[in-house]
Write a protein that binds this ligand. Structure first.
Ligand code: URA
Length: 243
C-alpha cells in the first residue's frame, strides 16, 4: 500500500495533508525518514512514526476506554465534553467521509464511569449492541438506600419501565455490600439500570460498568485512558464472549 494511502486510512488527514506530512519529512518507517508519498509498504504488522509518535497500522480499530464521569458519549455533546476528545485525532478521523472515526458501542450516561468499547467496524458495533446477541454487561451499582433481598428478587424477576409494557430483568444481581449491587444486563435500554433501581424503590448514587462480555476493566487502565484491544480480545467478544 502506498505510504500516503496508509496515513490516510489511519486518520492522519486528507490525502493532500498526508502527502504534505511525508514530503516535509515528518514520517519515518523502520527508522528511515520517508519523502516518497508512493513508497510501498506491507501493512501487516507495520508501525510508522508521524511527528515523533509511533502508530501501528490497523485495518480496523477496536479499543476500550475507561470513561470518567462528566463526559458525554455523543459526538455533539450538549452540556459536558465529549468522550471523543479523550482519543487521539487519527482515531476520530480514520476512514474519512461523513461517518469518520471510531464510534462508541452503546452509550453510558454522563455521570456513569467505566468500560466503553469503540470501533470503526460497523458489523462489530451492531453485533455488540444488538439485544439479540445478549452480550452481558456488568455494572457496579452504588445505591442511596440499602438494598434488600426482596429488591434483588424483583430485579431478577423483571420490572416494567415506563416506556414499554414488556418487563426487563437482570440476568444476574449479586449483593456486594449494603448499598452495593453487582448487576448484569444483556440489553441496553435508555437509563436502564437507574430506571430498574427506581422501579424497585431505590436510587442509583454511582454507576460503573466493569465488564462487557469477556472484557474486564481492571486497574491497569486508569480513568480517561484508552488502549487497543488485542486480536484475541476482539475474537473473544465476537465469539459470544460471555461468562
Ligand atoms: N444504565 C444506566 O442507567 N445508565 C448507564 O449509563 C448505563 C446503564
Amino acid at each position: 500500500m502506498y505510504l500516503q494511502d496508509i496515513l490516510f486510512s489511519q486518520g492522519f488527514g486528507t490525502r493532500r495533508v498526508c502527502a504534505g506530512l511525508i514530503q516535509q519529512g515528518f514520517v519515518t518507517v523502520g527508522g528511515v525518514t520517508q519523502s516518497d508519498t508512493h513508497a510501498e509498504f506491507d501493512t501487516d504488522g507495520l508501525t510508522f512514526v508521524v511527528q515523533g509518535g509511533a502508530w501501528p497500522f490497523r485495518e480496523r480499530a477496536y479499543l476500550m476506554l475507561h470513561k470518567p464521569a462528566g463526559y458525554e458519549c455523543s459526538q455533539k455533546p450538549g452540556m459536558y465534553p465529549s468522550i471523543y476528545t479523550l482519543l487521539p485525532g487519527p482515531l476520530r478521523m480514520r476512514g474519512g467521509g461523513a461517518a469518520a472515526g471510531v464510534q462508541a458501542v452503546g452509550r453510558l450516561d454522563q455521570d456513569t464511569t467505566g468500560l466503553l468499547l469503540l470501533s470503526d467496524d460497523g458489523k462489530f458495533i451492531h453485533r455488540m449492541s444488538s439485544p439479540r446477541h445478549h452480550v452481558p454487561k456488568v455494572y457496579e451499582v452504588t445505591t442511596k438506600h440499602p438494598i434488600d433481598e426482596q429488591q434483588v428478587a424483583r430485579l431478577l424477576a423483571g420490572v416494567v419501565l415506563d416506556d414499554s409494557p414488556v418487563a426487563v430483568r437482570a440476568a444476574k444481581a449479586v449483593l456486594a455490600g449494603p448499598c452495593h449491587l453487582q448487576m448484569t444486563l444483556t440489553e441496553g435500554k435508555y437509563h436502564q439500570v437507574k430506571r430498574m433501581l427506581a422501579a424497585v424503590g431505590n436510587r442509583v448514587e454511582r454507576l460503573h460498568r466493569s465488564r462487557i462480555g469477556s472484557i474486564e476493566l481492571n486497574t491497569e487502565l486508569p480513568e480517561r485512558a484508552w488502549r487497543w484491544l488485542t486480536p484475541d480480545e476482539v475474537a473473544g467478544l465476537q465469539g459470544g464472549g460471555s461468562r
